[in-house]
Design a protein around this ligand. Structure first.
Ligand code: 13P
Length: 340
């Protein structure tokens, strides 16, 4: 465990004005996303698309790190450079998704537990050699009638803690991602309650497993109204409730908190981050680790055609720029129109 490398990596991940691109969609998720824009999902089309994102000129001003998928960390850019080296040359830290996805939790209808601990120590050692300096593990918490149960929160927290300890042992900074899904008709009050319970369980497990808070990054879901709830909370309320939960549960020792976008619109994800980051006196820097909210416009512009690469890169650059401003509390809605 190289503490000085862990500290350096964690600080760089949340450096001022920078956030993380999540480009670690599994092949199944990629298939869905590509299908929505009429692109056949093959190893080569995934490589072309991710290569386009990584090669976007100037993106390194806004993006500190990229979360890769197992396939992607082994792929090469169009000029034959392994993606981790290609990113590192631009000053972007390569990261890797190491969980093997959420599976049904036994005897717990509607709930999931994330798998992937078996053999993880050896996989982390290999990923380190391939250039990864941080990792991601996503737990999925669903809100519904009588759920989440204590068993679900506990099982997921335990897995996150065991993953995080293995990462730190391997000198890889763990991104700890307990995602409370926004699907459902629950109120924002219920989302706040569940997010707080989730984070409490997660931090208790991290402490029990001796995970160093100084060398880990939290990837949090924002406290929002359920997607089907009739009352959709505004930006100020989302920011206030999200920050209240984080302040109650996340140690100040943590080097930073990044957010997932979770199905929010691109601009909502930016506006929410901006409102939180504009708040004075927070103990940690806040930033983004978005997949959909960074990539959607680029994917829709690209549609699989080499002729659209430059326009797609422009769209990606714009979202990354907007979120870079947002993580400093400097974004304004007018800036969206100027780019059109
Ligand atoms: P979204 O921003 O699309 O929620 O994805 C972030 C992520 O990495 C989920 O694990």
């Amino acid at each position: 465990m190289d503490k000085s490398l862990l500290s350096k990596t964690a600080a760089a991940m949340v450096a001022k004005g920078k956030g993380i691109l999540a480009a670690d969609e599994s092949s199944g998720t990629c298939e869905k996303r590509f299908k929505s824009v009429g692109v056949e999902c093959t190893e080569d089309s995934r490589r072309a698309y991710r290569g386009l994102l990584f090669a976007t000129p100037g993106i390194e001003q806004f993006v500190s790190g990229v979360i890769l998928f197992d396939e992607t960390i082994r792929q090469k850019s169009s000029d034959g450079i392994p993606f981790p080296d290609f990113l590192a040359k631009k000053g972007i830290i390569p990261g890797i998704k190491v969980d093997k996805g959420a599976q049904d939790l036994a005897l717990a209808p509607g709930e999931k537990v994330t798998e992937g601990l078996d053999g993880l120590r050896a996989r982390l050692a290999e990923y380190f050699k391939l250039g990864a300096r941080f990792a991601k593990w996503r737990a999925v918490i669903t809100i519904g009638d009588g759920i989440p149960t204590h068993a679900c929160l506990y099982a997921n927290a335990h897995a996150l803690a065991r993953y995080a300890a293995l990462c730190q042992e391997a000198s890889i900074v763990p991104i700890i991602e307990p995602e409370v899904l926004l699907d459902g008709d629950h109120s924002i009050e219920r989302c706040e309650e569940v997010t707080e319970a989730t984070l409490r369980a997660t931090y208790a497990a991290l402490a029990a497993h001796n995970v160093s808070f100084e060398h880990a990054i939290l990837k949090a879901s924002m406290v929002v109204s359920g997607k089907e709830n009739a009352r959709q909370a505004g930006v100020g309320e989302v920011a206030e409730r999200s920050l209240r939960v984080l302040k109650r549960t996340v140690p100040a020792a943590q080097p930073g908190v990044v957010f997932l976008s979770g199905g929010q619109s691109d601009v909502d994800a930016t506006a929410h981050l901006n409102a939180m980051a504009a708040t004075k006196g927070l103990p940690w820097p806040l930033s983004f680790s978005y997949s959909r909210a960074l990539q959607n416009p680029a994917l829709k512009t690209w549609r699989g055609s080499p002729q659209n690469v430059a326009a797609a890169q422009k769209a990606f650059h714009h979202r990354a720029h907007m979120n870079s401003l947002a993580c400093q509390g400097k974004w304004k809605p007018e800036l969206e129109k100027q780019a059109a």
